[in-house]
Design a protein around this ligand. Structure first.
Ligand SMILES: [Zn+2]
Length: 109
């Protein structure tokens, strides 16, 4: 990644480890004026995930034969980059909490 032109006229350098809403992100930082430019695609994703984290979904379980089916909302699947046919890790936390972890490493990690 190369530098990009800063608003002050100097060149902002590419930085791999910046902080944006407490998340790691890459972007460009100008040493001259201190201005920071975040990778826009990742910044958008972080904002979306922050929004989704505050949301509690009420989902209805369906059933196929003896298995219960849970439908993951589209926006969550998209934000976490989940696709049909992929495997997720499914486990219990405590006695009444289910944890689903995507096995594919997302580009945010
Ligand atoms: Zn600058």
């Amino acid at each position: 990644m190369n530098g990009m032109k800063c608003a002050c006229g100097k060149t902002a350098k590419y930085v791999k480890h910046l902080k944006f809403n407490n998340e790691g992100i890459d972007g460009w930082k100008c040493d001259s004026c201190g201005e920071v430019y975040y990778n826009p695609e990742k910044a958008e994703k972080i904002l979306l995930l922050n929004k989704l984290r505050k949301h509690k979904y009420h989902l209805k379980l369906s059933q196929v034969k003896s298995n219960l089916i849970l439908r993951i909302p589209k926006e969550v699947g998209e934000a976490l980059n989940l696709h049909k046919g992929e495997e997720v890790e499914f486990s219990l936390r405590d006695n009444d909490e289910i944890v689903i972890n995507p096995l594919e490493t997302s580009d945010l990690k």
